[in-house]
Design a protein around this ligand. Structure first.
Ligand code: G3I
Length: 541
């Protein structure tokens, strides 16, 4: 560990050396937030902020999420676990009371429906459909074509024709059975994978049938039942960026060629320390809606264990995550509604597939969590409001006042026709060299939640990871590092570096500074429009 040093540091300007907390800690590269175990004894997110800004609009009160969604003319749905529906008492009670839409979590996938090639097992799917019909809930089937949970008898030894026939038969048999009952279907799920050469998920369907299987699946579905709404569903496209852009172009191409696609699902498996900034999500909803697609938030949950803090702090931050994503859908006319990927932490895929977490709006004992209130606020169109940024001279209108560089040389690039001034750090010798603002203690010591955003751009490299961290010196003598945001920045355009700080601190802060860094040595890092805004949970609209 680096030797202890006095927190207040001086900056390299006019050649003076600067060692920030980050460098004294010998921190290399982009380090994720320190995940503290156990409870934090530190500050709490200020209740005043959580309580909401003054001047709140009076909004109607609703007894259930379903009432609020009905009043907004939107869906509030949930994935349904067939076993829980069958075996539990509280599960069906809450399902009927709080939701006006359901999606079978697994029961209508190809594998569960067709355990062998000769017959179908409709039991679980029928149970969910019957429950929904009994409670006047809309139903969205999920999902005809996905490279996971395919039938065990599907094999790579099948010929192209055999696979095509099997897939078409599956789609049309299932649609026939649920004609007039299931009004919408995820036809193709997760066909895009930015880690492959082609950008498509390398599945048995892609490998044997080529990307044309996507178009075929939609055409076969429409042919079987022209009245059903047909959706494409994708993970990690809720935030505008390379994958969302690829998916947007795919949808535009398919629609231009007359492929019958009615809507798109932004799955939105987010984390409470990383979910789309409101402006980004709303613009992303709008651009897909402008293609004529119905946009759904289709699988919303918000992991919390990836961020430090005790349960109360993590759940407070989670409340804002749900409020923001649900609220964005409610206020955007192009968004039809939100489906949560489960509603109780008792049943979440995340624990099965990753690690224990509490990503939903009811706890394991079916008690409402703050995220329930956040969802309710979102359904009422109450968006989290960002208060005045605590960053001094974040737009560099006063040159480099309040800013330093860690290593490197700081210079201000003049405003252009389209953009304001930027701060550029050149001659960077390490990844942790970058742009620094100290003196954030008085405005941040109460803890989060805060939303962070900045625009970043590189010189001297195509694309490199760029990040923002808070470094916190504490009374107890420790130095905490909190990851605020990370993004691949490029030299060709400005990229939004955005994220959240939703928590308190492990210790008692005596000094807080912001560092934007990350690219390798010798890459020049330019930054503009830095904002760090306290978040509140309520607003007028
Ligand atoms: O039904 C069998 C059961 O008979 C067996 O005893 C048990 C133990 O092996 O497995 C059960 O099947 C499990 C199934 O969930 C039903 O519980 C599968 O193993 C398990 O892999 C499957 O996980 C589902 C996962 O998709 C599959 O990848 C999750 O519940 C489901 O929430 C998740 O949902 C997906 C969406 O469909 C698409 N978007 C991503 C999302 C999360 O992965």
């Amino acid at each position: 560990m680096a030797s202890r040093h006095r927190f207040s540091t001086f900056s390299r300007r006019n050649g003076r050396a600067h060692k920030s907390i980050a460098q004294h800690l010998g921190i290399i590269g982009s380090v994720a937030a320190l995940v503290f175990s156990g409870s934090c004894s530190g500050q709490r997110p200020t209740d005043a902020l959580m309580g909401g800004a003054g001047g709140m609009m009076m909004t109607p009160e609703f007894a259930t999420l379903r009432e609020a969604a009905d009043a907004a003319g939107k869906y509030i749905g949930t994935a349904v676990d067939a076993e829980a529906l069958r075996n539990e008492e509280k599960y069906p009670e809450i399902l009927a009371r709080e939701f006006n839409s359901v999606t079978p979590e697994n029961a209508t996938k190809w594998g569960p429906l067709a355990p062998d090639a000769e017959s179908y097992d409709w039991e679980d799917a029928d149970a969910i459909v019957e429950f929904a019909e009994e409670h006047s809930q809309a139903i969205k089937g999920h999902a005809f074509v996905w490279d996971q949970q395919t039938p065990s008898w599907l094999s790579s030894s099948m010929t192209e024709e055999e696979l095509r026939t099997a897939l078409k038969d599956h789609i049309q048999t299932t649609l026939e059975r649920y004609r007039g009952k299931i009004g919408a279907w995820d036809v193709v799920n997760e066909a895009v994978d930015m880690d492959t050469e082609s950008g498509y998920t390398e599945s048995i369907f892609y490998d044997k049938l080529g990307p044309g299987y996507i178009e075929d699946a939609f055409r076969w579905a429409h042919e079987a039942d022209p009245d059903v709404l047909l959706y494409y569903n994708e993970v990690a496209i809720e935030r505008a960026g390379p994958k969302s852009d690829f998916t947007y172009e795919l949808m535009r191409d398919l629609l231009d060629r007359g492929v019958p696609i009615d809507g798109i699902g932004f799955q939105s498996h987010v984390s409470t320390h990383r979910y789309p900034p409101l402006s980004n999500l709303r613009a992303n909803i709008r651009r897909f809606a402008d293609l004529g697609l119905r946009v759904n938030i289709s699988e919303l949950d918000a992991r919390t264990v990836l961020m430090p803090g005790n349960q109360q702090e993590r759940w407070s931050a989670q409340r804002i995550a749900f409020q923001q994503v649900v609220g964005a859908c409610i206020v955007e006319p192009g968004c039809e509604g939100v489906t949560l990927w489960g509603f109780t932490d008792r049943y979440s895929w995340i624990a099965d597939e990753t690690e224990p977490d509490d990503p939903l709006i009811f706890d394991r004992n079916y008690q409402k969590k703050p995220a329930y209130e956040g969802t309710m606020d979102g359904l009422k169109g109450l968006l989290p409001v960002t208060l005045e940024s605590v960053i001094e001279n974040g737009d560099f209108s006063m040159g480099s006042d309040n800013w330093d560089s860690v290593g490197g040389t700081l210079a201000i690039a003049e405003a252009t026709e389209t953009n304001g001034p930027a701060a550029c750090v050149s001659e960077r010798a390490e990844e942790t060299d970058g742009l620094l603002q100290e003196g954030l203690l008085s405005s941040m010591k109460q803890g989060g939640p805060f939303s962070f955003s900045a625009q970043v751009r590189l010189k001297g490299a195509e694309s490199e990871t760029t990040n923002a961290h808070l470094f916190v010196e504490t009374e107890e003598g420790s130095t905490e590092e909190h990851s605020l945001a990370t993004v691949p920045a490029t030299s060709s355009e400005w990229t939004e570096l955005a994220g959240y700080f939703g928590l308190g601190f492990e210790g008692t802060p005596t000094g807080i500074e912001l560092l934007i860094s990350g690219p390798p040595a010798d890459v020049e890092l330019c930054v503009r429009d830095v904002q760090l805004n306290p978040l509140t949970t309520r607003s007028a609209h």
